[in-house]
Write a protein that binds this ligand. Sequence first.
Ligand SMILES: [Mg+2]
Length: 201
Amino acid sequence: MNIFFDLDGTLVDARNRLYLLFQHLVTGSKFSFDEYWNLKRDKISHKEILQNQFSYSSEEIRNFERTWLQKIETTEWLACDQPFPGVTEFLIKLKEEHTIFVVTARQFEVVAKQQLAGYGWSEIFERVLVTGQRQEKYSLIDDAVKTSDVDWFVGDTGKDIQTGKKLGMKTAAVLSGFMNRERLVEYSPDIIVGSILELEF
Ligand SMILES: [Mg+2]
């Protein structure tokens, strides 16, 4: 079967990168890692945080958002990422029986592939599908791979679950990323697990 994995929050722990970049850009922020992620996991946007807690003007928010997009996928900040423990071994084993893909909404394909190569993952995936934020994950997969109802989509966001369902796949939500159980339940995935290591296909 085909198994599609989201990248950030599913295979890779990107929480430090996002937290540290926020702290870097918002000099008045005294958030701890947990404080920042509790807000994000409650789906509170940067815009709301900046407006309500730091009294940012609309222009300051626009500047923040622009700088965020410019920096968040640079090699310098991506160095804050780490594969979740045990993921490499898990994927190598999975590849023996299944065809596995990465699907990510990252902006830059080349940089994403470099990052995966740095983890020794170049030979593991059949394809690395990067939306470049020019199309939805759904249409990217639909154009590239013939999927069926035995295939799986694994991700950490509601959008990931919607993507899998729209393609008629089974869906697994992981709690290792950017959303909590309460939020993920609303999207009715077939299964919710703490991390991908708990999945059996
Ligand atoms: Mg994700």
